[in-house]
Write a protein that binds this ligand. Structure first.
Ligand SMILES: O=P(O)(O)OC[C@H]1O[C@](O)(CO)[C@@H](O)[C@@H]1O
Length: 613
């Protein structure tokens, strides 16, 4: 493929390519300084031990904040040129709208601080990194891809830097190319891999500093340092418009139920956000199914009861949203997928799988239509999960609902008209969209921040931009160590014993106690029965509405991140001052800090999804 090549641009694309996203005040100009914040710690002792053991050199580093020294009266406003740097960038994860702007922001920052700095982009994702296949990123390349969708500038292939061979190949590439920095763009998997790479590079005394950037449509890389992911805003908006169009269509014809599956493998953030923006009749989130341990039968029954209730009001149309990860959250389907995975790994031929499954798994498998069987048997993804984007869960559900409605008709419990379903998967069409203004600006700021981290010699950090609910000018930027975002998963093995996994940055699920979900629950009954469809329309790039952020970002607890940080600071204070035999005075100070912690905790949701407090 011809990476970085010029492309035929529409009028809109040309205008976008020449428009420079606004930068937050703290990143503007050439007077950005770095302030060292509080050291990061992990309070859970098991997690802490394991993280320290796996990341002895990069664990416990402080938070970093960027400040614009021009805003300070004490510092001279003379422009400071920084040493030239050579940086490599790689799209390690799946494409996500806005990803190109990380590269553009990085490039702009590098060049504005020293015109001799050079940026190379690895072609074809991690494969290009291992093979040292790259292109020099020039002004022309930047102009072609600024504010454009996809990952066409550099492409992507596999999203892993995991095996010893892969890590060594990455190390060899960075050493032989003499890179000062390597910027890894991706989601939870890519950033976990980046953390490992940073540690390995530190061990090997490699010059290259590894920096991650949170870019994933899934919106599941969230923690006290990361408020949003590049791409989520765009994908939610594009999908919401498409869902709304189907709502309008359903209401006009009054004869179809649209079953729509949206992307989101391990968390249902996109589905939740689209529901909040477009108000379909029904939404089924993976997190709800997991929490209530709903079976396929339960879900089918819920939908059928809803169809029946609507038919009682003479309504024979509707729109139902579900995430692609739903299938894995249904206990019996998950177990079936696991069994299939084990057999595939053993090398069992696909036509022999059914006979080698346990009787119940085989019965479920055999009850599926032939095309679904084929999809279930697809070889797993690089992270060993099923190829969820290829499994048409919406069709399984539509078929089960149709069968059940026929049964109800035959036994006389349903007397309405025939149920008609039409299925859709909105995945790739939204993922390839032109990025929203928010994603363009957010990604650009993150790319800028990545440069400042490299120039400050930070290794093992994720670039962060926060305060996102506010105007771009007020956004804050900095970096947080990967290790401060990690947790260790425990697999319980009988009472008192647990198997501890490797420390990783884990995807964060929809919080069923959080504000966005609460908003959905509040209106779910009215959405179901009253057809309160709302159409947000296409993404706006200029004029009124262009600065609208996702509802999730806007309603998430305004002070949640601030409270977490406060909590974290109090805890660190206590830990640093309380020592065996310390004075009464110190204990009093510690007690007051702990009282503040209790106060903060009492106003926060008890289920914070966060183990680093
Ligand atoms: O492009 P591919 O390899 O089909 O990836 C599909 C997967 O990527 C994502 O779009 C993003 O992680 C998932 O929602 C989806 O399952």
């Amino acid at each position: 493929m011809d990476f970085g090549a010029a492309m035929e641009m529409s009028c809109l694309q040309k205008r976008r390519s020449s428009s420079l996203p606004e930068l937050p005040h703290c990143l503007k100009g050439t007077d950005v300084e770095i302030e060292i914040g509080e050291a990061t710690t992990v309070s859970d002792p098991v997690d802490a031990q394991s993280i320290k053991r796996c990341f002895p050199l990069t664990c416990g580093q402080p938070l970093l904040h960027f400040v614009n020294s021009l805003s300070r009266t004490t510092i001279s406003s003379q422009r400071k040129e920084k040493p030239a740097v050579k940086v490599g960038v790689v799209f390690a994860g799946r494409q996500s709208p806005g990803g190109h702007n990380v590269v553009c922001g990085l490039y702009d920052a590098m060049k504005s601080h020293n015109a001799d700095s050079s940026l190379i982009g690895f072609c074809g994702g991690t494969t290009g990194l291992f093979a040292q296949s790259f292109l020099h990123i020039t002004e022309n390349v930047i102009a072609t891809y600024r504010n454009q969708g996809g990952f066409g500038m550099l492409g992507r292939t596999v999203d892993q830097i995991r095996t010893t061979q892969q890590v060594n190949a990455a190390l060899a590439a960075c050493q032989s190319l003499n890179l000062n920095g390597l910027v890894i763009i991706g989601g939870v998997t890519s950033n976990t891999d980046a953390a490992q790479l940073a540690e390995t590079f530190a061990e090997a005394n490699c010059l290259t500093k590894v920096i991650g950037v949170p870019v994933t449509i899934n919106g599941d890389l969230k923690n006290q340092f990361v408020e949003a992911n590049v791409g989520f805003d765009t994908v939610s908006k594009v999908n919401s418009e498409l869902v709304s169009n189907l709502c309008t269509d359903a209401l006009s014809a009054e004869k179809y139920y649209y079953f729509i599956r949206l992307m989101g493998r391990r968390a249902s953030h996109i589905t939740l956000e689209c529901a909040l923006q477009s108000h379909p009749n029904m939404v089924i989130l993976s997190e709800e199914v997991t929490a209530s341990k709903l079976t396929l039968f339960d879900i089918t029954k819920r939908i059928c009861d809803a169809v029946q209730a609507r038919a009682n009001q003479d309504k024979y149309h509707g729109v139902i949203l579900l995430p692609e990860g739903l299938i894995e959250s249904i206990p019996e389907a998950y177990a079936l997928l696991q069994d299939i995975h084990v057999l595939l790994k053993k090398g069992t031929q696909t036509d022999q799988i059914s006979t080698n499954l346990s009787p119940w798994a085989s019965a479920l498998f055999e009850s599926m239509p032939i095309f679904i069987k084929r999809q279930l048997l697809l070889s797993p993804e690089s992270d060993e999960s099923a190829q969820l984007s290829q499994i048409e869960t919406e069709k399984i559900l539509a078929q089960l609902v149709e069968t059940e409605m026929e049964k109800r008709t035959q036994n006389g419990t349903y007397k309405g008209k025939k149920f008609n379903a039409i299925c859709h998967f909105f995945g790739y069409q939204a993922r390839g969209s032109l990025p929203s203004k928010f994603d363009c600006e957010y990604a650009n700021a993150l790319g800028n921040a990545a440069y400042h981290l490299i120039s400050a010699g930070a290794n093992g950090y994720m670039a962060t931009v926060t305060n996102l609910k506010h105007d771009v000018s007020q956004w804050r930027a900095g970096g947080a160590p990967f290790t401060a975002m990690m947790t260790v998963q425990r697999i319980l093995r009988g009472p008192g014993s647990a198997l501890v996994g490797k420390p990783s940055i884990h995807p964060v699920a929809v919080d069923l106690k959080g504000k966005p979900y609460e908003l959905l629950l509040r209106d779910s009954e009215r959405f179901l029965m009253d057809d309160l469809y709302a159409n947000p329309g296409p993404i706006q790039y200029k004029g009124p509405g262009c600065d609208k952020k996702t509802i999730s970002l806007s309603v998430e607890d305004q002070d949640y991140m601030g409270r977490l940080k406060e909590l974290y600071a109090c805890l660190n204070k206590v830990k640093s001052i309380v020592k065996p035999g310390c004075s009464q005075e110190i204990l009093k100070v510690a007690l007051s800090s702990m009282t503040s912690m209790v106060d903060i905790l009492s106003v926060m949701s008890p289920d914070t999804n966060n183990k680093h407090l």
